[in-house]
Design a protein around this ligand. Sequence first.
Ligand code: ATP
Ligand code: MG
Length: 281
Amino acid sequence: MITVQNLSFSYTKSPFISDMNFSVSKGEIFGFLGPSGAGKSTLQKILMGMLRTYQGSCQVNGMECKNRTRHFYENIGVDFEFSTMYEKLTARENLQFFASLYEKKPRPIDRLLKMAGLEQDADKRVAAYSKGMKSRLNLIKALLHDPLLLCLDEPTSGLDPTNSRLVKDMILDEKAKGKTILLTTHNMQDAAELCDRVAFIVNGRICALDSPRNLIMSKGAASVTYTWFENGEHRASCPLEQISSDAQLKRLMAENRLQSIHSSEPNLNDIFMDVTGRTLL
Ligand SMILES: Nc1ncnc2c1ncn2[C@@H]1O[C@H](COP(=O)(O)OP(=O)(O)OP(=O)(O)O)[C@@H](O)[C@H]1O
Ligand SMILES: [Mg+2]
C-alpha cells in the first residue's frame, strides 16, 4: 500500500526528514511513535500528498504522492491532529457536506454517528461539542467514503478510557475489513495493542522499525523481583525464564516466606528510551 524510498524533506534549508525507507502492506496497522516535534505529522502530510516538495520516492496505493490527482483521495481517509469541522454546522451537516466531495457513495451517516456514540448529538452545532466529541466526529469523517487507507493522527488523544476503547475498537474493525491504517500516537499501550509494526521517529529519522513484540523481546526477558524477611528485609531478582532454577526463590516458596513477588516486562517506552535515549512524551 505504501513504499517510501530515500525520502527527504525540509521546511527550511536543513533537511528535516532524512533518508527514510519503509513500506506498509495492505491490511497492516503501522504506527509512528516519537516525541513532540519528531516529524510524525510532517511524514503523514507527505504521505497524504499535502507536502510535495520532497526528494526521493513516496508511493501510496500505486501513485507517487507529489503527482497525486483528485482521485488519490477517493481511497484515503485522514483524521488530522486538529478538528477540521465547520463549527457553525451540526455534526450531521458537516458529514453530509464532506460526503458530497467524494465520487463514491458515502457510508450511512446515521450508522457512523451511532458507532462513535454521537447519535444523540448529531444535530448539535460542532461549536457546542466537547474535545472528545470533536475527536470522534473527526474519525468518522475519515471513514465516510470507506477508504482503503486511513491516516489517523493521535486519534485517542484527550479521550476518556471508555471513548478511547470505542475508538480503538473502531480502528480494529477497519483492520478486520482489510483496511490499511497509519497511526500516530504518543500512547505506547495503544501502539502495542493496535499496531502490527511501529517505527520510532526522532529528529526526522526512523531509528527502529519492527513489531511491538519483537522490539520488546529485543530488550530481553521479563524479570521477577521478590522480597522476604530474614534479619531485615531482602530483595532479589531473576529473569522470568530462569525462575525454576533460582534455588533461593524455590526455598522461600516452599517455606511460604515470600513477602512480595512481581514480574516486570519491558514495554515499548523502555525500548524507545534504549534506542533513542529519550522518552516518548
Ligand atoms: N509548516 C511548517 N513550517 C515550518 N516548520 C514546521 C511546519 N510544520 C512543522 N514544522 C516543524 O517541523 C518539526 C516537526 O513537526 P511535526 O508536526 O511533524 O512533529 P510531530 O512529530 O507531529 O509532533 P507532535 O507529537 O507534537 O504532534 C517541528 O520542529 C515543527 O516546528
Ligand atoms: Mg503531530
